[in-house]
Design a protein around this ligand. Sequence first.
Ligand code: F0G
Length: 458
Amino acid sequence: MELPFAESWKIKMVEPIRKSTREEREQWLREAHYNVFQLRADQVYIDLLTDSGTGAMSDRQWAAMMTGDESYAGARSFFELKDTITRLTGFGFVIPTHQGRAAENVLFSGLVHEGDIVPGNSHFDTTKGHIESRKAIALDCTVDEAKDTQLEVPFKGNVDPAKLEKALAENADRIPFIIVTITNNTAGGQPVSMANLRAVRALADKYGKRVIFDSARFAENAYFIKTREEGYADKTIKEITHEMFDLADAMTMSAKKDGIVNMGGFIATRHEDWYEAAKRFCIPFEGYLTYGGMNGRDMAALAVGLDENTEFDNLQTRIHQVEYLAARLDEFGIPYQRPAGGHAIFIDASKVLTRVPKEEFPAQTLTVELYKEAGIRGCEIGYILADRDPVTRENRFGGLDLLRLAIPRRVYTDNHMDVIAVALKNVFDRRDSITHGVRITWEAELMRHFTVQLEPVE
Ligand code: F0G
């Protein structure tokens, strides 16, 4: 008999979590203005708000914390980090930042100007925010297939080369660079194929443009290339990683995801002029060039995390758990962005709460219902997160309206996945009785989903 699959690690330290009653949760939701970001973490049983900074470090990472070098300038830990990044990506210039959006802020301060157009595949909201706040346009060139959640294709995160070429042909002089997000978080944690990265590179070369990878989940992307794309089955994750980055000029990185640290990020590039452009902004925004907002110990732990998480076994354990949750949802017929993504399952709220009008934010409503049901905190990646159009100030209802269940790395067991699946089934079973959603009572101008205040529509 073939042995069943099991995790490639064992557990050395545990943290208690607590259940609550429905009455408590209803009260807490009212106090949080129906925005789960406003809940206290103690009020949450299983926290799927994000996979960002919520992973469990390994014993080797904790050991590296103890030997971190906290020197202000030229710390050994910086060089450990830089050498690891260079070995994995080939990029020789590295600037640490305190997280991913800080990397965007520092690099884009040098590169993005008013009137620019930055094409890419579903820019993450901070990326879009850093482009739009500079009065530039984030142009989404994702493949149309990503919009059909039930369509089963292997690389749904891809850039549509035709859309990209149109943008380049029409507006080459306004395009400072192309940005490709690997994996494509907003489209459902969907990967981008090597063939697609190569097609983007060819177009960039044709029009004399550079390419940045927003690399928060690059290792998961490499795993999908290995397991889904022809010709990569026998390559190691590290070989695939290097081949991916050979097709880029620079990367911004939120290390809180595939670096498996609680805080951190960086910029890396092969071009000295971009390094110089970023350096100018790193010092006033983040700190001196060899720490850029990070502790020495955190850089040391990140160096180990990057090395460990570009090994197949660790990624296989990770993706297997996400697929396990997906299989449970399949049993109950709950619609999600197919196939399962790398870091999360994205429930298609518009297909679940069909009676809630889009103006009443179905995905946010589903987020609230799941929390009420079992104290599980997901995150709306939908119409609220999409913000308003910067010009018309209208809500943007053009994209998908999803409830994201992001799975922290090495934190929960498959038993927790079972609880999540059954809680969702219970909401799913009473979906027809949910006819009203929520309305906004207060919102910020940009990135409103963190602080938005809502009330139920009666
Ligand atoms: N790029 C992508 C693709 C991301 O998913 C994120 C963060 C960032 C950039 C910004 O990085 O948080 O370190 O500043 N995503 C988190 C999430 C917040 O929940 O998906 P950061």
